[in-house]
Design a protein around this ligand. Structure first.
Ligand code: ZN
Length: 75
């Protein structure tokens, strides 16, 4: 392997990792830790919100509107 193709290989690996990282950042849900059994969600602050919904947290719950995840904290 010449140094040039090795260099191109390394760059493409880095680029691939960069794309994966960006993608993971986009799809990563917002996780809220809570001790409550029931939480309410109205969407993100400063963004288009949705009707207030109450979610029962059994282990974890996911808002059907905005995809926010609520995780029960052991107390
Ligand atoms: Zn929500």
């Amino acid at each position: 392997m010449s140094s040039t193709s090795e260099f191109i290989y390394n760059v493409s690996q880095l680029l691939f990792q960069f794309v994966i990282d960006e993608f993971m950042t986009v799809v990563k849900p917002i996780v809220i830790k809570t001790k409550k059994n029931v939480v309410s969600c109205e969407g993100q602050e400063g963004e288009a919100s949705h009707p207030k919904v109450f979610l029962k947290v059994a282990g974890n719950a996911c808002c059907p509107y905005c995809g926010k995840v609520f995780e029960k904290n052991a107390d």
